[in-house]
Write a protein that binds this ligand. Sequence first.
Ligand code: C2E
Ligand code: CA
Ligand code: CA
Ligand code: CA
Length: 278
Amino acid sequence: AKAAGGCTYMAFEPRMQDDARDKHELLRDLRHAIENKQLELFYQPKIDARSGQVTAAEALLRWHHPVRGTLSPDVFIPLAERHGLIGALGNWVIDDACRQARVWRERGLKMRVAINLSVFQMRQNDLVERIQAALKRHGVNPSRLTCEITESVAMEDTQVTQRTFERLGQAGIHLSIDDFGTGYSSLSYLRRLPATELKIDRSFVMDLDTSDDAKAIVDAVLKLAHAIGLKVVAEGVETVQQRDILLQLGCDEFQGYLFARPMSARALLLWAVEDKPA
Ligand code: C2E
Ligand code: CA
Ligand code: CA
Ligand code: CA
C-alpha cells in the first residue's frame, strides 16, 4: 500500500507543476491576445419559435491561440477574471460586437446583437457609459443590443449591480437573465429587474425528452416568465424532440446546435441570408 501511495504521489506531483506552469503561460499569452488580434467573436443565432426568423445573434468569445489552437471561453474567462484582465477583454467584446451590429444593419439584417457580461463588468462604475460610447461610435441604436447576465450575477443584491441594471434598462438596452434555473432566484426580486428576456439553462432543455420533471420545470418557468412579461429563450436545443416539446409549451425563441452552432460573423451573414427548410 505504501509503494502504491508513493507511485500515486510521484505521478500526481509533476502534473500539478505542469498545470501551474500551463496557467502561467496561458496568462502571459492572454495579456497580449488583444493586441495580437487573437480574439474573435463567434455568433450563435436566436430563432423565433413560430416564424423561424433570426431575432438576435449572441457573441461568444474565442481565442485563437498560436500554439494551442482555438480555446473556449470556459478556459480563459475565469483566468481573465482572476487576474484582472476581464475589464480589457470585456471592453474589446463591447466594441467589436457593436461594430458587427453596424455591419449587419448595413447588410439589411434586422437581428440584434447580444453580449455576455461578467460580474466584474456589472460592478464597473463606467460600464453603462462605455457601452453607450461604443454604440454611438458605431452608430448603433441601444435597442439593437442585449446584455446577457447570468442569474447568479443578477441575483447579487448589491447596490452597484442593481444600479447598473437599472441604468442599462434606462439607456434602452435589452437585458436577458442567462442560465436561468441554475441559481436561486427570489421571484419577487426577478420581477423588479428591468429584464426583457430569460434564457432557460441547457441542463433543463437537455433532459426535456427523457424527464417529466424537466418538462414540468420548463413549463413552470415559461408560465412564470410570461406572467411577468418576459420573453423566453431555450438554450442548447439539440434535437427535434426537444424543439417540439418547447414549441408545445409555448417557448418564444430557440438557440442550439439543432439550428446553428456558434460561427464567425462572416459565416453567420451567409447563413442568415440563405434559405432554410421550415
Ligand atoms: P453561455 O452564455 O451560457 O453560452 C452558451 C454556451 O453553450 C456556448 O459555449 C455555446 O457555444 C454553447 N452551446 C450553444 N448551443 C449548444 C448546444 O446545442 N449544445 C451544447 N452542448 N452547447 C451549446 P461557449 O461559446 O463555449 O461559451 C461558454 C460560456 O463562456 C458562455 O456560456 C458564457 O458564459 C461565457 N462567455 C462566452 N463569451 C463571453 C464573453 O464575451 N464575455 C463573458 N463575460 N463571458 C463569455
Ligand atoms: Ca449567454
Ligand atoms: Ca446561457
Ligand atoms: Ca448555460
